[in-house]
Design a protein around this ligand. Structure first.
Ligand SMILES: Cc1ncc(C[n+]2csc(CCO)c2C)c(N)n1
Length: 222
């Protein structure tokens, strides 16, 4: 058998991975038919998601076994808190969502489920468990944005969600995603079959919870 890699995880969980990456939210986003209210609901919950995502990177510092790993996790934490959260607030404003509405937002169940699953997986496991729980988020969005832009029904000049896809399909994000892929491939290369099975379960569960996050947007679910 070849060495396990990130691709081994997507192959082991191909149904969950595809259900997430090609969810009807994503398909409607690609052809521009996604209701604006669904996208706004998603954006609001994504603000809460990003806060817990920051906590997950803080946990990654704690779970690190070397200074180099601690510094890498700190860099990710600082990027999310100092850059991405601010950009998200600005993006929400452009979609008519005021900052004070974000601060008093009730957390939807799908947001709670996904973010706490990631944090619990990191708490009970090691740094690799935590990264695998975060992989559908970090790698999935890069894959999804490229998929969206490649759809025959996608028209960047008229699609209201084109800027969302451009952000994750752009060079900066694709570079960050590839760095995470390289990190994961390095860690996965030498693990046992039993460890691979454990990690595949985590990857499948996190992908399923990401798909539920899209569904929450479509359903405007609380
Ligand atoms: C539900 C949900 N899942 C994934 C992302 C994507 N994402 C969140 S933070 C970040 C940067 C990684 O360093 C990326 C790609 C999202 N926004 N919302």
């Amino acid at each position: 058998m070849p060495q396990p890699s990130f691709q081994t995880l997507t192959q082991a969980c191909s149904a969950e991975w595809r259900a997430y990456c090609q969810h009807s939210f994503v398909q409607q986003l690609a052809d521009g038919s996604l209701p604006k209210e669904s996208f706004q609901h998603y954006l609001k919950q994504d603000y809460l998601f990003l806060i817990h995502f920051s906590r997950a990177w803080a946990l990654a510092i704690y779970k690190s076994r070397s200074l180099a790993e601690m510094r890498a996790a700190l860099d990710s934490l600082k990027t999310i808190m100092d850059v991405e959260l601010g950009l998200h607030v600005g993006y929400c404003q452009a979609w008519g969502i005021a900052e004070d509405a974000l601060e008093t937002l009730p957390e939807a169940r799908a947001t709670t489920a996904y973010t706490r699953y990631v944090l619990d997986t990191g708490l009970r496991g090691d740094l690799l468990d935590l990264h695998v729980a975060l992989a559908p988020c970090i790698i999935g969005y890069g894959v999804i944005a490229k998929w969206v832009e490649a759809q025959p029904g996608f028209d960047a000049s008229s699609n209201p969600y084109a800027s969302w896809a451009a952000m994750y399909a752009g060079e900066d994000y694709q570079k960050a995603m590839n760095a995470e892929l390289t990190w994961l491939d390095g860690r996965l290369a030498h693990i046992s079959d039993q460890r691979l099975a454990e990690l595949a379960r985590i990857f499948a569960e996190a992908s399923r919870l990401e798909a539920d996050f899209w569904q929450m947007g479509l359903d405007l679910a609380a």
